[in-house]
Ligand binder design. Structure first.
Ligand code: URA
Length: 194
C-alpha cells in the first residue's frame, strides 16, 4: 500500500504540471483524486466543480456531500475508498468535458486504476462511463445497474450525485445499484440512508 501511495503521488505530481489540454489555463488547482491507495471500491465522477477546483480535492461540494452519504450508507468511510474523476481540471462553468479533454486526461485515470486495483469501480454518470469505455451509445438510464468489465475489474454504472440533487426520486435506483455492489463484495446490506 505504501508503494501504491508513492506511485499515486507521482501521478498527482505529473497532473499538477499537466498542460496537455486547455483546461490547464482556467484551473485553480488540479484534482487528481484521493483516498485509499488499495481500495476495495473506487468511484469515478466527471470532473472537478468550483469547490473541488478551489480545494484540489474530488467531490467536496454539494454533490460530494451526497456521495459521502452514499459511501457511508454502504458501510464504508470516504478514507476507505478512492474517489477520482475522468478529467482532473475544472471545465469552465461546469460544462461537460470535451472529447479531446477527456482523451488527453484519461491515461492518468487508467494509470491510477492499474495501481489501485479496486475490486469494484462505480462510474457516476454518463461521462464516467464514456471516459472509461469510449463511445457510449445508450444513455446512463439504460446502462445503470448492469455490470461491465474494465481490464478485469467489475464496473457498476449509476447516476451521478449531481443528478440526484436535481432528481431525488432517482436515489432509490442508485441505492439498488449500490446494494448490487455490496452483494458482489460479500458485504452486509445496511438499511437505506434517509
Ligand atoms: N462532480 C464530479 O463529477 N466530480 C467532482 O469531483 C465533483 C463534482
Amino acid at each position: 500500500a505504501a508503494d501504491a501511495a508513492r506511485q499515486l503521488a507521482a501521478i498527482a505530481e505529473r497532473v499538477a504540471g499537466c498542460r496537455l489540454c486547455p483546461l490547464c489555463s482556467t484551473r485553480t488547482n488540479t484534482v487528481p483524486g484521493q483516498g485509499n491507495p488499495r481500495p476495495e471500491l473506487m468511484f469515478i465522477g466527471e470532473g472537478p466543480g468550483a469547490d473541488e477546483d478551489e480545494q484540489g480535492l474530488a467531490f467536496v461540494g454539494r454533490a460530494g456531500q451526497l456521495l459521502t452519504k452514499i459511501i457511508e450508507a454502504m458501510g464504508f468511510s470516504r478514507d476507505e475508498v478512492f474517489i477520482g474523476n475522468i478529467v482532473k481540471c475544472r471545465p469552465p462553468g461546469n460544462r461537460v468535458p470535451e472529447p479531446d479533454e477527456m482523451e488527453k486526461c484519461i491515461p492518468y485515470l487508467k494509470e491510477q486504476i492499474a495501481i489501485l486495483k479496486p475490486k469494484v469501480i462505480v462510474c457516476l454518470g454518463a461521462t464516467a462511463v464514456k471516459g472509461l469505455f469510449g463511445v457510449e451509445p445508450a444513455g446512463i438510464t439504460k446502462t445503470r445497474g448492469q455490470w461491465r468489465t474494465y481490464e478485469g475489474i467489475d464496473v457498476m454504472p449509476t447516476y451521478h450525485p449531481a443528478y440526484l440533487l436535481r432528481n431525488p426520486p432517482a436515489k432509490k435506483d442508485v441505492w439498488e445499484d449500490m446494494k448490487t455492489v455490496l452483494r458482489h463484495l460479500g458485504r452486509p446490506i445496511p438499511p437505506p440512508a434517509k
